[in-house]
Design a protein around this ligand. Structure first.
Ligand code: AMP
Length: 284
């Protein structure tokens, strides 16, 4: 497995690979790798000839009051995990190389980024779409793998790739969860023991919303209230949003008479958690 830091070296590598025409699978990450990330790498390993992982804590996608400074950086452990997952190359660029002092361009997906995460984190998606565009240009993959865990991000990136006619297929991979349902996340390590126990409420709330749909509730508002009810029992939580929405437009549904995605975000102390699940009419 190779580790490349320099953009120039990566471009040379990509050029050389181009002559052999391998199918390249790409998994962009911010490191602090866990089973969720590894599942993306394994999927890429199955479907592609070469697997490239990027590890880059992207400053552009953090707001001024967010956790950029204390975001976990665990490169040595990440490197081992990548090696075990059969990764061929880690791209591990430095901030000054991806964003030199002359940098002044950003990529914006206008509509899909307005709601939900975009409302709470106004500069977040612009940071994500800008870095993902750069990374896709540098790595030149045939397929890029994203987790359902960050569902809005996945939808935004699909739109970006379509709008800019980028020659890559975006693959959505299922959310990997702990045994008690909590979606794995690099930020889970910030949770203290009591907070960790409380954190399962997010998945339980989304599951309650899904059950309401299965049980025949059709009012979007009632389903939303159903999800929030569980959380409101815990005053130590603060809710950012719960919604039941259209899986492609992410617009809230007043009546749920088709497949829907349930999105939720809350804070426990300083830790912010997001999650989502699909609900199909009549599904168990
Ligand atoms: P991050 O390092 O948080 O930027 O995540 C990198 C990629 O891993 C993104 O596509 C995430 O959606 C995905 N990911 C993170 N957590 C999970 C999880 N629990 N299950 C599946 N994919 C995940």
């Amino acid at each position: 497995m190779r580790v490349i830091q320099s953009l120039r070296r990566l471009q040379v590598w990509r050029c050389r690979m181009g002559q052999q025409n391998p199918r390249i699978g790409f998994v962009p990450t911010m490191g602090a790798l866990h089973e969720g990330h590894l599942s993306l790498m394994r999927r890429a390993r199955k479907e592609c000839d070469l697997v490239v992982v990027s590890i880059f804590v992207n400053p552009l996608q953090f707001g001024p009051a967010e956790d950029l400074g204390r975001y976990p950086r665990t490169f040595q452990a990440d490197r081992k995990a990548c090696e075990q997952a059969g990764v061929d190359l880690i791209f591990f660029p430095q901030v000054k190389d991806l964003y030199p002092s002359t940098f002044q361009t950003s990529v914006v997906v206008k509509q899909l980024t307005q709601r939900w995460e975009g409302e709470i984190r106004p500069t977040h998606f612009q940071g994500v779409t800008t870095v993902v565009t750069k990374l896709l240009n540098l790595v030149g993959p045939h397929r890029a793998y994203f987790g359902q865990k960050d569902y809005q991000q996945y939808i935004v990136i699909k739109q970006l790739v379509e709008d800019l006619s980028l020659p890559v297929t975006i693959i959505r991979c299922p959310t990997v969860r702990e045994a008690d349902g909590l979606a794995m996340s690099s930020r889970n390590r910030y949770l203290g023991a009591t907070e960790r126990e409380l954190a399962t409420v997010l998945y339980r709330a989304l599951s309650a919303g899904k059950k309401a749909i299965t049980d025949g509730v059709r009012s979007g508002k009632k389903i939303q209230q159903n999800m929030m009810r569980l959380c409101k029992k815990h005053p130590e939580l603060s809710i950012d949003y719960f919604t039941v929405c259209h899986p492609l437009t992410l617009e809230p549904l007043t009546r749920v008479d088709r497949e829907a995605v349930l999105l939720g975000a809350l804070r426990i102390g300083k830790v912010r958690l997001i999650d989502n699940i699909f609900a199909f009419l009549g599904s168990a």
